[in-house]
Write a protein that binds this ligand. Sequence first.
Ligand code: DGL
Length: 266
Amino acid sequence: MNSDPIAVFDSGLGGLTVVKALQKALPSEAIIYFGDSARVPYGNKSKTLVREYSREITEFLINKKAKMIVVACNTASALALENLTSEFEIPLLGVIEPGVEAALKATGNHRVGIIGTIATIRSGAYEKILKARSRGLNIFSKSCPLFVPLVEEGWLNGSVPDLVAAEYLHEMNAQNVDTIILGCTHYPLLKPVLQKVVNMDTILIDSADTTALKTAEMLKKLGILNNSSKPGSFTCFVTDLPLRFKVLAHRFLGTVIDHVSTVHLT
Ligand code: DGL
């Protein structure tokens, strides 16, 4: 059990930001990554569909002997995590709670912004947990649907992302938030652009590191940490276009992935 892999899934490749943090925090853990590249994006799909996809992926990962699953997709965490937790016995962790924890630690003026996909923002999942953890917060949400295609196209800087970011975030600047949760796997790659357009000293919360720390805590608590001194393996599955995934994954992970397998879930 201890040497079994941690599984991480996302609608596409954005969840690799979480893999990167996991590999740093838990270098001896084996990791399986599942990117649903055939059905990405989840961010503009219905709750029913995102739940169905998340259930299929969870079943696949359990069959691959995962000891724990990290739902690295914010949209799946917002729409499906509760259902998965009640349906499956495997330990599951989403990215919303870790993001909320980091934001609550960071804010000084209790004015917090959340940006994410249409589905994540519409679900109100971040607000719900923020409000449950801390009363008296002023919360401002904004969906930023153009950020995902910009990242997928590799437009991480230049006048187009600058303009799009300024347009999306000017209201939040006017609301004087001091902390913004990057509630989507892709947004950390736009951090330099976002930092340029938000008010000075605004803290941008990327939940990847906090998620990795939470994963370590959970594994320790459950007694299933891998204590080996050898570096853990990394295995990748996608549902379409493995070569495109390999190329784009390099951008997210900073390292080359040797092999990506294609699977068909339905
Ligand atoms: N992974 C998704 C998220 O974090 C972004 C991409 C998508 O819309 O599927 O919300």
